[in-house]
Design a protein around this ligand. Structure first.
Ligand SMILES: Cc1ncc(COP(=O)(O)O)c(C=O)c1O
Length: 459
């Protein structure tokens, strides 16, 4: 349904509209209650509190309508109140909300596993286990790889983000805010350089970057001790870094040759987001294990590990699971979200959204030397901001532009190890008109943000 959006059950008007300042009085009152009740370590990008969301719009408690270019960090790919998801969750809630799959199993869990075995790359025999969050699924992928190989070491990459639990923080690269003060972290994690075309330049192509990474892994660990290599096919929090062609296939074949489990962390890139069902599909890479979350269930908390049956079946019975893993409401939502993606050909819609965003943003880049790079695939596009004529990150500019965009009724996020990347992750239910308007606001904010204005911004 290109260019037209189903807003969802609340039938939210699909327009940008500011009826108060940002934040408005109701959001300010809630912010005061929040400050007194919620731990301050939990941050928020936007200063407003949500009341409704759907299509390409989020409405705050003051009645302001924001264009959503964030999807709750790549979660509401099918929209924040997609009709099929809403109906499926309502129906399931009326039947039962929980039994615990480890106590009394139910069909929804099995149906999600069947769907993921069908949709994930590769035609080999697969199995799936369901969890609650991306981090929990990454941890379980590591457990499965260790159990299957009898090895312990894990290889990860510069700029990686794999979550906030102890092991996944050891795997995550960025120190502040994620890791500072929270160690010591799990050991036996080695870190390798990523292929980062904007910073590597043309001299380091994908295969050369893979050799560089493998050399570094070998320097830090004996290959026979390495259980898994875990990689985001396109990095999320690290700055939407898309490795040069050939990097992922070279790493996958090195893993295969050395008995290392190749784990694709598709928590952010999965489920149509990048204009393919999974980002690995762009280069025909078939991971041994694939980790999914975020877009999997239309906003309900669900995550999964899917992979080769021989690996997935390695842990002892009872070794995998959790009280809520594969909760029935989340499974119903996932089946409805998958149906929405397939029925609406949202893979093609993501690709079209990507074309629209890239064309507009590359036009801006041609005229603005502060835009070092515009990259990404599908509805996952980044704008890397730098000091003009260099590759030196400019996080103050990114903060200032994002703040200006927010004030004008558009939700946009930042990312990157240096915090200098604007990232665009619209729901695939957004209309072309709204998307174009959101990009207009971004373009205007960039143009209006002078070095003087940004000096004090957001610090
Ligand atoms: C690639 C990747 N892996 C893992 C995670 C962790 O997911 P969660 O926040 O659901 O634990 C994220 C979250 O942003 C992610 O982007």
């Amino acid at each position: 349904m290109p260019g037209r959006a189903e807003s969802g059950s609340m039938d939210i008007p699909q327009h940008r509209l500011l009826v108060t300042g940002v934040p408005g009085p109701r959001s300010r009152r809630l912010a005061a209650r929040r400050a007194a009740a919620v731990a301050s370590g939990v941050g928020s990008t936007m200063p407003v509190f949500a009341a409704h969301a759907g299509g390409g719009v989020l409405v705050d408690v003051d009645g302001n309508h924001f264009i959503d270019l964030g999807s709750g960090i790549a979660v509401t790919t099918v929209g924040a109140s997609a009709p099929r998801v809403v109906a499926a969750v309502q129906e399931q809630a009326a039947a039962f909300t929980h039994t615990c799959f480890m106590v009394t199993p139910y069909e929804g869990y099995v149906a999600v596993a069947e769907a993921l075995n069908r949709l994930t790359p590769g035609w080999h025999e697969k199995r799936t286990a369901l969890f609650n969050s991306g981090a929990e699924a990454v941890e379980n992928a590591v457990k499965i790889a260790r159990s299957a190989t009898g090895r312990h070491g894990i290889a990860v990459f510069d700029h990686a983000y794999h979550g906030r639990t102890n092991l996944t923080l050891a795997m995550t690269a960025k120190e502040t805010p994620y890791k500072r003060g929270f160690g010591p972290f799990a050991g036996e994690v080695v870190r390798a350089p990523l292929s980062y075309p904007f910073r590597d330049g043309p001299a380091v192509d994908g295969p050369a970057a893979a050799i560089r990474a493998i050399d570094e892994i070998r320097r830090q660990a004996a290959v026979e001790d390495l259980a898994a290599l875990v990689i985001e096919p396109i990095q999320g929090e690290g700055g939407f870094i898309e490795p040069a062609p050939g990097f992922l296939p070279a790493l996958a074949s090195w893993c295969r040759a050395n008995g290392v489990v190749f784990v694709a962390d598709e928590v952010q890139t999965g489920f149509a987001r990048t204009g393919a069902m999974f980002a690995c599909d762009h280069e025909g890479v078939v991971p041994d294990l694939i980790v999914m979350a975020k877009g999997i269930a239309g906003g309900l908390p669900l995550s999964a590990v899917t992979g080769r049956a021989d690996l997935m079946d390695a842990p002892q019975v009872g070794g995998l699971g959790g009280t809520y893993g594969g909760n029935p409401l989340a499974c119903a939502a996932a089946l409805a979200a998958i149906e929405t993606v397939e029925a609406g050909d949202l893979v093609a819609r993501a690709a079209a959204i990507g074309d629209l965003m890239r064309t507009r943003l590359r036009g801006l880049r041609a005229a603005d030397p502060r835009i070092g790079d515009v990259r990404g695939r599908g509805a996952m596009i980044a704008v890397e901001l730098v000091e003009p004529g260099t590759t030196t990150p400019d996080p103050a500019l990114a903060r200032a532009v994002a703040a200006a965009v927010h004030q004008q009724g558009v939700i946009v996020l930042t990312c990157g190890t240096d915090g200098n990347v604007l990232r665009l992750l619209p729901p695939l239910s957004i209309s072309d008109d709204l998307l174009a308007e959101g990009l207009d606001v971004l373009a205007g904010s960039l143009a209006a943000t002078s070095p003087l204005q940004r000096a004090g911004a957001g610090r």
